[in-house]
Each structure stands twice: as C-alpha cells, then as structure tokens.
Design a protein around this ligand. Structure first.
Ligand code: PRP
Length: 212
C-alpha cells in the first residue's frame, strides 16, 4: 500500500473549515471531526493521514518533515520564515495584521514607540522600514490589554472582525499585511510525494475557485 500523505491541520475553527475543503476535494476522513482526544486520523482509502496541532506549530511539523503538507496562516509564515514551499492561498481565515492603539493616542517621533505583539520579527521589520525606534514587548495573547493598561503605546496584532478592538475602545491605525491560510509543503516531500501532493493541491485549488 502506498504511504499515506501526512497532513498537519491547525486546531480550532479555521482548521475545521480547512478540513472541510480537503474533504470536499475528495480527501475525507470523517473521524477527524469527531469529539475525541485522538490526535491522528487515517483514511488509507483516500491516502491521507491528518493530525491536529497548535496553529503556530504547523510550520514546524512541515519544515522538519513530520508532516508532508499543512495549513498555516500567512502571519506565521511571515514571523518564522520556515523553509517550506507555499503552494496555495486557501482564501480562508482572512484577516490582517495591523497596528492599533487607544483612540486618543497621538504618536510623536521624538520617543521610542513601545509596541506589544505576538509577532516580534514582523514588528521589527515593519518599523525598520519606517526607520522608527521601537521597544518590542513580546506577549503571548490578549495583546489588546497592553495599551489599555499602559504597558505599550500601540499593538501590532491580528484584526479579523475588529470586534476585540472596538469593544475595548481601541482603533486600528495602519494595516501591516493581509493574512489568510496557506497550504505549505515540506521541500523534500514535495519532490518524493509530488503526485500525491499535486492531487491534493489541484483538488483544493478547485475548492478555492468554487467559492470565488
Ligand atoms: C486574535 C487576535 C485578536 C483577535 C482579533 O486573538 O490576537 O485578539 O483574535 O479578532 P477580531 O478582530 O475578530 O476581534 P485570539 O483569539 O487568537 O486570542 P489571543 O488574544 O489569546 O491571541
């Protein structure tokens, strides 16, 4: 029997949406959506094996070849720059990276801007291009709290609906980059499992086109 294609999907709402795209493309494995503590799900008939991992870990599994392909946000690819092939924009999980802060915040260039973020590399690069002196405050979640409590002047974070900013009296000031989910492949697997990966790629491409 041919080896199964190992696919890392991000846990959570985005991952479920993406799994449904794989299923609609002919690579289903219904057990993957069951409410269980199991981590790995195989469907030998479809030639696939799925596993759910933390969204920010997908790229690590794919880069190191524990997964042949995976789905990861463009934000993660920009932040960690893993050595993987980016094969397809799945046009789902659409959001943006933005700089935001308190509505009454007025920047002046004479001081070091304190920026709270989960994305220190993206932040560094963004302000380097603007030749702006910054102090990065690396947080792991609830970034919006930082300007409210005076921990930072602004944040650089994901904005999807804008609800979190709005409900906390914050406002987006600048868009840094658009973000969406991407299909990525391990570089070696892309050669050795080219046919299997190509089948998934064209199936998913059809799904993306279908919702246009
Ligand atoms: C993300 C992001 C914002 C929020 C934006 O947080 O960091 O906080 O979603 O979404 P919205 O514009 O639709 O309100 P996440 O839910 O991943 O949790 P976190 O704060 O723990 O990072």
């Amino acid at each position: 029997m041919a080896e199964l294609l190992q696919i890392a999907l991000p846990k959570g709402r985005l991952g479920e949406k993406v799994y449904r795209m794989f299923a609609a493309a002919g690579f289903e494995c219904p057990e993957a959506l069951e409410d269980t503590r199991k981590l790995i799900f195989e469907n030998p008939a479809a030639g696939v094996c799925y596993f759910w991992v933390k969204p920010s870990d997908v790229a690590i599994y794919v880069e190191r070849g524990a997964a042949d392909i995976g789905v990861v946000g463009k934000d993660v690819l920009m932040e960690y720059r893993p050595e993987v092939f980016e094969l397809l924009d799945l046009k789902t999980g659409v959001c943006r990276l933005a700089v935001a802060g308190k509505k009454d915040f007025r920047d002046y260039t004479g001081h070091t801007l304190r920026v709270a973020t989960k994305f220190p590399n993206i932040t560094m690069e963004y302000y380097r291009q603007k030749c702006r002196d910054i102090d990065i405050i690396k947080l792991n979640g609830s970034i919006e709290l930082a300007p409210i409590l005076g921990l930072s002047d602004v944040i650089l974070d994901i904005v999807e609906t804008g609800k979190t900013l709005y409900e906390n009296n914050l406002e987006p000031f600048e868009t840094v980059a658009p973000v969406s989910a991407r299909l990525v492949a391990n570089c070696a697997a892309y050669q050795f499992k080219y046919q299997a990966i190509s089948r998934v790629l064209s199936g998913l491409r059809e799904q993306v086109e279908a919702v246009k």
